[in-house]
Write a protein that binds this ligand. Structure first.
Ligand code: F0G
Length: 385
């Protein structure tokens, strides 16, 4: 049964929108949860207490396949012939792959010019997606694809699509399964468009309601410092769900400030270079459901953490390492206890963005300057480990 070979669809009872004959799967979600004592020691945890959920092992190399199989299945169910997304590169790689393998739809992709790593761009091109580069960044591309897809009746697969999130719930089901259904203390995840964090909270909420778990872990969402809308609004400006009524004035004011200052998102972690996360309110609800915290980490902290994940033998792309950098920060603050059990989500494969990795490790000063020179990053921390 092909459904059993999918780490998403073997949980199909918890994704009840799909009928089995319409499921489109390419074997996504067969990802391991790995303990890492090297990373545990870097973070300041006791051995055996830190786990890495290695989503880079998915067919397109990132966690996106968990959501794409679900959105794609829904698109197929309703007879869509074209599907679109804006992307910093992983959503587009995933969409392009599902279109390519299934031959059911044409992929239409909007990317911000220069805002995507070559590894990810090459996937979209190789898989034959119609790839449109626009002047601007992800936030601009997102706005554009929303307009175009609603005007032209194209199926939108960004994480505004609720079926995407249904698929991404299964990342938490697999984490729990790997831990023999013993609930960990913390889930730590990078925050970009905030789809994962929203999906994770929904997963735990549902599992508790079903009586399959007796407590919900705490959630830590980690922003890059140059793209820290959630951190600013949740930790500094007190944005809360307000018993069901989102406080949109706080958000509107903040976005007006960003516009007035012409401030665009800017971080080496290009996957999460996003200032206007589309799942902001869902995520705020999720943070409340999981007694969550939000932190921001610098490019330096991200790259140092990434090097440690590499040294552990797994490797990940910069955005993914924000989770490890965030866990370390929360340990230093004493928010996470050394003896607690922590799961960091490694969202994307190491090979997705080799430019940042090579620049960080190289002794070629020119290459270092070209990629990292404007970012206030140094290599000392890793070299001295
Ligand atoms: N990590 C990686 C590797 C990503 O590609 C993304 C998002 C995130 C984290 C953030 O996840 O949106 O659920 O908070 N990438 C999107 C894309 C924006 O277009 O590929 P989130």
């Amino acid at each position: 049964d092909p459904l059993c070979r999918s780490g998403v669809w073997r949980f199909h009872e918890l994704l009840p929108f799909a009928t089995p004959d319409k499921v489109v799967t390419i074997g996504e979600g067969q990802t391991p949860l790995m303990p890492s004592d090297g990373v545990a020691s870097f973070v300041g945890m006791k051995p055996g207490q830190l786990f890495l959920e290695y989503e880079g092992m998915n067919p397109s190399g990132s966690f996106k396949d968990n959501g794409m199989t679900a959105a794609f299945t829904h698109a197929h169910t309703i007879g869509a012939k074209r599907a679109a997304c804006a992307s910093t590169g992983n959503t587009s790689a995933s969409l392009a792959l599902y279109c390519c393998v299934s031959k059911l739809m044409q992929a239409v992709i909007f990317i911000g010019s220069g805002k995507i790593s070559y590894g990810k761009l090459s996937q979209a091109l190789d898989y034959g997606a119609l790839t449109i580069q626009i002047t601007g960044d992800f936030d601009d591309a997102m706005q554009r694809v929303r307009e175009v897809s609603s005007r032209m009746g194209i199926y939108l697969v960004n994480s505004v699509n609720p079926f995407r999130l249904e698929g991404q719930k299964t990342i938490m089901l697999r984490v729990l399964e790997s831990l023999n259904w013993e609930v960990p203390d913390w889930i730590v995840v990078p925050g970009g468009n905030l789809g994962n964090s929203s999906a994770f909270a929904k997963a735990f909420h549902e599992l508790k309601e079903l009586g399959l778990i007796d407590r919900i872990p705490r959630l830590a969402i980690i922003n890059a410092k140059g793209a820290d809308t959630l951190f600013e609004l949740y930790e500094n400006r007190g944005l809360r769900w307000n018993a069901g009524v989102p406080n949109s004035e706080v958000v509107d004011n903040y976005y007006a400030e960003l516009d007035a200052a012409h401030r665009r998102a800017d971080t080496i972690a290009s996957a999460i270079e996003i200032n206007r996360p589309v799942n902001l309110f869902k995520c705020i609800r999720g943070l409340e459901c999981m007694d969550g915290v939000v932190r921001e980490v610098t490019d330096q902290q991200i790259l140092d953490a990434k090097a440690q994940v590499g040294a552990s033998g797994l490797g990940c792309e910069p955005a993914s390492a924000a989770s490890v950098a965030g866990a370390k920060l929360l340990r230093e603050e004493g928010v996470i206890d050394a003896g607690e059990r922590v799961v960091c989500i490694l969202t994307g494969h190491q090979l997705k963005d080799p430019t940042a990795t090579v620049a960080y490790h190289t002794s070629d000063q020119k290459e270092f300057d070209r990629v990292l020179g404007s970012r206030g990053v140094s290599r000392a921390a890793f070299a001295n480990r």
